[in-house]
Design a protein around this ligand. Structure first.
Ligand code: HEM
Length: 507
């Protein structure tokens, strides 16, 4: 296994005094109290020079070192210039961001924070839920709660969200959605087998329709070409679309909303409120239907039914979070994977062969998903706010610091993976003797669904959605790509951005 060259030194430095086990639902994690060896102060972590008052602002201005860079270009440049650990001081008193490009150090913090991990983000949604809205509930949701509140909510919903036999219940309906989407794509194709309408918007419709089945217990019919403009489903499509626009403007770009009520802030509060009300409408509809259903005590119940058994508020909150977190993530993952398959036709043929063989297990499909998430992840890195002090690579990182783990950069480093920039699903299947064997890479290099007790609660649902849809796509189309590489917009997520130069030929 490849690890940081510094690891032995730091293992020796850390003096473990005391360990205890803690359970978050069924997951036992070890909390270790450590005597932290004194290293250099965090302010000495290599970083851009600062000026009085404006700090590092001038680097972002025209002519500056970081001017006009995408977040990926920014990360790459910082890594090349400063090495495995660096620091960026944002503006206006926001906490500094420590960036790690070293898998072993990332493991040190992610494991150390695996008791009640805090992942900052979605601040405007958090504000809406905790301060703005009128009828606040004690628990706000996994995306925005922290500490004991988060732990309480997560422990309640884990059994409903993570059990494989519950998720398996959706195989058939998700396949129906996938087939409906194939029909829709065929109807959108022009004579040259390309799709002129916005493919990202189309794929998000598939994604919303699929997650709706789980979160809201029924088909929304988003794929219906005659969906009425004022129908609740159409309104939900619009709100899900708007959510990312407003949250990006408020949470990921400099904005004054914390001080004054800007127009985009007002719009965001309305979008969050509409999303909540529409979700409530669909959950109430599902409750009505469930009441008329002949309950069979032996029948495995679905996610929404299990959540409703906890209580209606929990089901409603969890449905809101599923709609927030489960649409763009899965939609863009499919677009990235489709692009990689179109750019690697021999891998696509191999995958088609496996799908056609109708075997119960599909190891190559799973390997293609892992490989595309390594190479083109939709979440470029994970984030934690430290709840204790660390010594990382010789620097003291105090409690309360924001640390980000640059997985997308790490997973394309030769230090970790041979031929890192190539799409080689086989690396996830070959044995230990093969140099490509994935197990030779440090396990914290790639981490598409995050880590530990705070890791993605929708992972199994996402994987089933993607497997089902990609299988149908490859079964129906030979997908090709022409022209320059796919554009990627780095934002809160990595978004596939047009032009979508796919050719969908019938097979
Ligand atoms: C390919 C698709 C997806 C990817 C790559 C993805 C990735 C992630 C990542 C990286 C995190 C942060 C984990 C951490 O901090 O350790 C996360 C959290 C979360 N995801 Fe996903 N996700 C996906 C799909 C979904 C879906 C379909 C749902 C809903 C069913 C969902 C619901 C959530 C929720 C609620 C959280 C917050 C969990 C918590 O804080 O306890 N995600 N996801």
């Amino acid at each position: 296994m490849q690890t940081s060259k510094l690891r032995p030194v730091f293992c020796l430095l850390i003096n473990k005094n005391f360990t205890r086990n803690i359970t978050v639902n069924n997951t036992v994690v070890k909390e270790t109290e450590e005597t932290i060896p004194q290293g250099k102060p965090w302010r000495e972590i290599p970083s851009l020079p600062s000026l009085p008052i404006i700090g590092q602002l001038h680097h972002l201005l025209p002519g500056g070192f970081l001017y006009n860079l995408s977040s990926m270009e920014f990360m790459t440049k910082m890594n090349k210039t400063y090495g495995p650990i660096t620091r960026f001081d944002p503006l206006f008193g926001a906490p500094p961001l420590i960036i790690l490009f070293d898998a072993e150090s990332s493991a040190q913090i992610l494991r150390g924070e695996n008791w009640m991990p805090e992942r900052p983000g979605f601040l405007s949604l958090q504000y809406y839920r905790n301060s703005y809205k009128k009828n606040k509930s004690e628990l706000a949701g996994l995306l925005t709660d922290h500490g004991e509140k988060w732990k309480k909510f997560r422990s309640m919903v884990n059994p409903a969200m993570l059990q494989p036999k519950t998720i398996k219940l959706y195989s058939e309906t998700l396949d129906e959605v996938a087939q409906d989407m194939i029909t829709r794509l065929k109807s959108l194709r022009g004579e040259d087998n390309t799709i002129k309408s916005k493919l990202d918007v189309e794929i998000n419709l598939w994604s919303l329709e699929s997650i709706g089945v789980v979160a809201l217990g029924d088909r929304l019919n988003c794929l219906d070409p005659n969906l009425p403009e004022n129908s609740p489903a159409r309104k939900l499509i619009n709100v899900v679309h708007d959510f990312f626009t407003v949250s990006e403007a408020l949470d990921f770009k400099p904005s004054l909303w914390r001080y004054i009520s800007t127009p985009i802030f007002k719009r965001a509060m309305k979008v969050y409120e509409d999303q909540e009300n529409l979700t409530k409408y669909f959950v109430d509809e599902a409750i009505k239907k469930l009441k008329t259903k002949n309950a069979n005590a032996d029948e495995e119940r679905g996610v929404l039914e299990k959540l409703l058994e906890i209580d209606e508020t929990v089901a409603h909150i969890m449905a809101c979070d599923m709609l927030f977190a489960g649409v763009d993530t899965t939609g863009n993952s499919v677009l990235f994977m489709l692009y990689l398959l179109a750019s690697n036709p021999e891998k696509q043929d191999k995958l088609r062969e496996e799908i056609r063989s109708q075997h119960e297990t599909r190891p190559y499909l799973k390997a293609c998903i892992k490989e595309s998430m390594r190479l083109m992840p939709v979440v470029s890195g994970n984030l934690r706010k430290t709840t204790k002090e660390y010594n990382v690579l010789g620097y003291n990182i105090p409690k309360g610091m924001f640390v980000t783990f640059a997985h997308e950069i790490m997973s394309s480093m030769e230090t970790y993976y041979p031929r890192p920039k190539e799409f080689i699903p086989e690396r996830w299947l070959v044995g230990k003797e093969d140099p490509l064997y994935y197990g030779n890479a440090h396990p914290f290099t790639t981490s598409p669904f995050g880590f530990g007790v705070r890791g993605c609660i929708g992972r199994r649902i996402a994987e089933l959605k993607i497997e089902t849809f990609i299988a149908r796509l490859v079964q129906n189309f030979k997908v090709e790509w022409f022209g320059p590489p796919l554009n990627i917009k780095n934002s809160s997520l990595n978004y596939a951005s047009g032009p979508f130069n796919f050719i969908f030929k019938d097979v």
